[in-house]
Design a binder for this molecule. Structure first.
Ligand code: ZN
Length: 359
């Protein structure tokens, strides 16, 4: 279930609300997919404040001020939490009734801790200790720029991460309270980090990949991910898009997101849940293209997914992946982006696909 705040943020992001909320700052201008401006929280001539384009957050490279829009409105304009929330609720047309400030405080702190460690993990991925992980990614066929564009990271172990957070100024007691709830301390051998964002782009969880294993068992949550169970992976990039490609794995989605020119989400090995479908529909998806793979299990998942999608009245078609390629990742690696684009043009209606595959 998406929270009201998540829905408000998602709606306002789709309307480029950054321009209204931050547009009065000196030096405010668009830079790539984000905005920059002079930071209101410290004296400076330079534009050191980044206002992200794809999530409701800001960060100052000089004074490290960071938070979400509600935090900004409280810090900068002195609004109370509820007043700030009412302003955003009005602007989005989604009233946030009865929202608990304690819950928002917890979520914000969680996001801030996760963003902080992800920045560290991203940098570590290109260090010597991550050699094996990088080798694994390159062997899988990723190029350097694809790895850089994917925001993957390297997990150096819990204790090293903890030391890093303490040295970053997080107060020990608060930090331990957050990590006790958030972090899955049992997991040590999952060096490849995959960030998982909620529907408005806030970093709400991390998965780890054990590079010595294959298949579903290789992916283990490094953090609590219960809040993300109804959120298809990369959903925040697919809001308000009529047509979305559904793939199985994280890596299929990460790769295709960089090349497909169409929004793509991953639904995992478990197939498309009702909750995930509801999320897609509630954020504007009108047509799903299934590209779940060619094995018998994946065909079964395709049929199950197509049937529940169909029951909601939205359109569904299927990409005909040849049996010799297990999934989209492998298909693209073994052929080319050109072939993939051609394949996209050949999507079958579900009925056509079913006739071909079950006869
Ligand atoms: Zn600053």
């Amino acid at each position: 279930m998406q929270t009201d705040i998540e829905r408000i943020y998602a709606t306002l992001l789709d309307r480029d609300y950054q321009q209204i909320l931050f547009g009065n700052l000196e030096g405010f201008e668009k830079k790539d997919n984000s905005y920059i401006a002079r930071c209101p929280f410290h004296e400076d001539e330079l534009s050191t404040l980044v206002i992200y384009g794809d999530r409701p957050e800001y960060f100052c490279f000089a004074c490290s001020a960071r938070g979400d829009w509600l935090q900004y409105m409280q810090m900068k304009d002195g609004h109370s939490f509820f007043h700030a929330l009412a302003i955003l609720g009005d602007a989005s047309g989604i009233p946030a009734h009865g929202y608990d400030k304690g819950r928002w405080d917890d979520e914000l702190l969680r996001c801030i801790v996760l963003q902080h460690v992800l920045g560290y993990f991203n940098a570590l991925l290109f260090s010597r200790q991550a050699e094996e992980v990088l080798h694994y990614l390159y062997k899988r066929g990723y190029t350097v720029s694809e790895v850089e564009g994917s925001s993957l990271g390297f997990f150096p172990g819990f204790n090293t991460m903890h030391e890093y957070l303490v040295s970053g100024g997080f107060e020990k007691e608060t930090l331990n309270e957050v990590l006790n709830v958030l972090w899955n301390k049992e997991v040590e051998n999952c060096p490849l980090v995959i960030p998982y964002r909620d529907t408005c782009g806030r970093l709400m969880g991390l998965y780890g990949r054990d590079i010595t294993l294959s298949g579903e068992d290789a992916y283990i949550p490094l953090t609590d991910v219960t809040a993300l169970s109804d959120v298809p992976y990369l959903m925040y990039k697919s809001r308000a898009k009529d047509e979305v490609i559904l793939v199985e794995g994280f890596f299929d989605a990460l790769l295709m997101d960089q090349i497909a020119e169409k929004p793509v989400v991953s639904i995992g090995k478990g197939g498309l849940s009702r909750g995930m479908l509801d999320t897609l529909v509630s954020y504007g998806t009108k047509h799903c293209i299934l590209a779940l793979g060619s094995s018998d299990i994946q065909k079964k998942a395709t049929i199950d997914a197509a049937e529940i999608i169909h029951s909601t009245g939205i359109g569904v078609s299927v990409l005909p992946i040849e049996g010799k390629y297990s999934d989209m990742d492998e298909f693209i690696r073994s052929t080319s982006i050109k072939h993939f684009k051609k394949l996209l043009g050949k999507a079958h209606s579900f009925q056509e696909w079913k006739n071909m595959n079950l006869s």
